[in-house]
Ligand binder design. Sequence first.
Ligand code: AMP
Length: 219
Amino acid sequence: MKLILLGPPGAGKGTQAAKIAERYSLAHISTGDMLRAEIASETPLGIRAKALIEAGELVPDDIIIGMVENRIQQPDCENGFLLDGFPRTIAQAESLMEFSDIDRAVCIEVPDESIVDRMARRRVCPDCKRTYSVDIDEGDEFYCSECGARLVARDDDKPETVRHRLEVYAEQTFPLIEFFDGKALLSRIDGSGTVEEVAQNIFDLFEEKDPYWEDDVDC
Ligand code: AMP
């Protein structure tokens, strides 16, 4: 399977991507994680990307396209891969369709009004990179349940950056839904349930289970 996960910032793409990749033994390719690794290593690309990411802007298409094209040639992608955060522009999508044959694009849909709230709650583990949704009414000291590190907010989850990221999403990334729909590759998933419910809906989609018929043993 060669899959794409689409959806606005805060839709839960990273969390769901990890679950899907594990269940189907796919390589999980997150361009955001790749860029954050470049930033942590202070490479020339990382230094350039840092300023753009913190401003809520996209990294230029040619850089990202080259990065993904190389990445999907790695041996761990032979059994398939799941792209999380790529493509984000029509130019990226068009290039991707030239260098790979994508099987399906899944769009996780969440109501606009819940996106800002989801992003305000998002915390990440600086060590093992797990993502959490915390209860901000309970203060601001949260710890990773896996490795115990203190969780932090992403720099680009600050409210003013979030607003700009949502504008960039609406202008540049939202048109991809129509792009993949036009190629009959798009499936839509309701992302407003719990993490487990949304994951189950995605698994059902891939395994073609229809919950309406599942219990209907009479026919
Ligand atoms: P994410 O972790 O997917 O939310 O990505 C964090 C940031 O990395 C984005 O807001 C962009 O600045 C940058 N980024 C990630 N993927 C891409 C992409 N496909 N194209 C351009 N910029 C990207």
